[in-house]
Structures are given as C-alpha cells and as structure tokens.
Write a protein that binds this ligand. Structure first.
Ligand code: AMP
Length: 173
C-alpha cells in the first residue's frame, strides 16, 4: 500500500504529470519489475536463426502460440526481433516471395531491451513510445526472457485482484 506522502520509487523520474490517466496512476503504484513478471511466466525465449525462412518462423510462432521470436546468431547473441507485424508487412509488400525470405530480411535489428530490474511502468513507457508490444529482458550477457504487453496486463490484473482482496479482508475483518 502506498501512503499519501510517500511516492513510490522506481529508480527513475516519472515522465507523467498530474493530469495522467487514472490507469497510469494506478499502474504507477506498482513497484513490480520485469523480473516479477518473468518469475510468473517463465524465462524461456523462443528463438530462430537469421537464415531461417519466414515459412519456418510462422510454424514456430504457431507451435508456441506466440506473436514474436528473437533472432539469434550461431553464437547465441541477439541479432534482432521478428514479430507477426513484420510478417504481415512482408506479405503486403511482396505477396509471392515472403515465405521464402529469411528472418534476417524482415527482423528489426535495433532492439529496445529491458533488464530484470526495469519497473513495469517503464516497460509500458518503452512499448508505447516505440509502438511495439514485446521487450526482451537482458541480464548481463544472458537473455533472461521476453515480456509482451499481454504479460504486463495479466500481471497487473493479478496484482489489482490481490490488492482488492486485501482491502476486502481489512473491511470484513
Ligand atoms: P510488435 O507490436 O511487438 O508486434 O512489433 C511492432 C514492430 O516493432 C515490428 O516491426 C517489430 O519488429 C518491432 N519490435 C517489436 N519489439 C521490439 C523491440 N523490443 N525493440 C525494437 N523493435 C521492436
């Protein structure tokens, strides 16, 4: 619970003003970090190789029920991120060839990442500023997980449910 006089600390200055939306204000009270989300959802990251075909990538996405994959080189280093949006764009641009193109052809190489310590609110800022819905979490040299906007919403809902339950218990006694 956040007291009136004590502002929650996220390790960075909030970019929002008092006129921010109620939703953002509610989320701002959360002290959760990327690691809290990964502890819930797991640290597995589905990855493909830069040379894999888009056809293979769609099969991987279907098999895992996901909308993004990390692209890793032969040394396991992150080469880029590829999402369903890149594939849709590919088909719109080149309907006949896209399945035969490679992950390297369509991926985004300038990847915005987070660390396990990144606050949940900051994850949302990065997603909304960059207009994307996925953020890989990097822990030093190690790829610690992938967080989607769906993961953030699910986590925050669970937090709110828990807070509501605690309030109810306080009232009922
Ligand atoms: P998304 O909304 O995540 O499907 O992605 C929309 C676009 O942003 C696609 O071109 C992705 O390759 C790209 N993208 C997704 N996640 C990131 C990220 N963390 N950093 C940079 N670009 C990204």
């Amino acid at each position: 619970m956040v007291s009136k006089n004590k502002k929650p600390h996220f390790g960075h200055e909030s970019m929002h003003t008092h006129s921010q939306s109620i939703e953002a204000a509610v989320i701002e009270q959360s002290k959760a970090t990327a690691e809290n989300i990964l502890a819930n959802k797991g640290h597995d990251v589905v990855a493909v190789r830069p040379t894999d075909s888009i056809h293979k990538v769609t099969e991987v996405m279907k098999e895992h029920g996901i909308g993004s994959v990390l692209v890793k080189d032969q040394n396991g280093h992150m080469a880029g991120i590829l999402t369903e949006r890149d594939i849709v764009r590919g088909f719109a641009d080149e309907p006949d060839n896209t399945f035969d193109e490679t992950a390297a052809d369509l991926m985004t190489t300038d990847v915005v990442t987070a660390t396990p310590e990144t606050p949940v609110l900051e994850l949302l800022h990065r997603m909304s500023e960059g207009r994307f819905r996925h953020i890989p979490v990097i822990d030093g040299e190690h790829i610690a997980g992938m967080i989607s906007i769906g993961d953030v919403v699910k986590f925050r809902l669970q937090e709110l449910e828990y807070e509501a339950l605690k309030l109810k218990q306080m009232i009922v006694g």
